[in-house]
Design a protein around this ligand. Structure first.
Ligand code: SF4
Length: 246
């Protein structure tokens, strides 16, 4: 099968994060990730998956989208949105032609990426939501700083914040790299993992870090007048925090 991808799951739900939070979205979760963030809640996508052709994937997305096309519901974006997530979608080269075909089909396409791989080849129509990994992830040294010049105003930078040290680090990066001038900045509070989600392969939180409560995070953002958008993972409030396929 030439043009194919290993897919963990495809499902229609609500976009739980980013400036698109709350909108209907078809998620295409691709298998595999080269990082092992301490807070990762999708470790099941590291290895579980099935190879599917791009034609099959596109057909499934079109099926999910059909009901919205007849609803007459008009918004600035064609709904549902389509997001490639993971795992790390860019690990599989065929994620690039898939994104192009989805854009050609008229979808608003989002890409969730760890920020550890080159984002420069992604179709210019795709909204890239790129992490800058904070210290508590255990993967801070994997940030690919060469990605910053590729970012556009339609992209978004996400900091996943679980500790006081993460907050201080994120604040410093915003100032050092003048990130607020590039694109929207997201401060996402880490939802603690359920015991059965604490996969043994994940990195530990580096010693000596202090967990931050979400109220503390919000109060610091306001006190420091940071130009960022605080976010909770909306889908974890609506559904059980460990529910898959939502
Ligand atoms: S980048 Fe980190 S959080 Fe995202 S899938 Fe990989 S290990 Fe999990």
């Amino acid at each position: 099968m030439s043009e194919s991808l290993v897919v963990n799951e495809i499902y229609l739900s609500l976009q739980g994060e980013s400036t698109f939070a709350g909108l209907p979205c078809v998620f295409i979760r691709l298998t595999g990730c080269n990082l092992r963030c301490s807070y990762c809640d999708t470790a099941y996508a590291f290895t579980e998956g099935k190879r599917r052709s791009l034609d099959e994937i596109l057909a499934e997305v079109e099926r999910s989208a059909k009901r919205f096309q007849v609803s007459g519901f008009s918004t600035p974006h064609n709904l549902p949105l389509v997001e490639l997530t993971g795992g790390e979608p860019l690990l599989q080269p065929n994620s690039q032609p898939l994104m192009k075909r989805l854009c050609d089909a008229g979808f608003t396409v989002l890409l969730e990426t760890s920020g550890a791989l080159d984002i420069g080849l992604v179709d210019a129509r795709v909204r890239r939501i790129m992490d800058l990994k904070c210290p508590s992830s255990g993967e801070v040294e994997r940030n690919r700083w060469e990605n910053l010049p590729h970012l556009r105003a339609t992209d978004e930078i996400k900091f996943v914040i679980g500790t006081v040290e993460d907050y201080a680090w994120a604040k410093e990066q915003i100032a050092t790299h003048r990130l607020a001038a590039i694109c929207p900045l997201l401060f996402s509070w880490v939802t603690p993992l359920q015991p059965h989600q604490q996969d043994k392969v994940l990195k530990p939180v580096p010693a000596g870090q202090t967990p931050i409560a979400r109220l503390d995070l919000v109060e610091r953002i306001i006190a420091d007048a940071l130009p960022v958008r605080f976010q909770l993972q909306m889908h974890k409030v609506v559904w059980a925090p460990d529910q898959r396929g939502v």
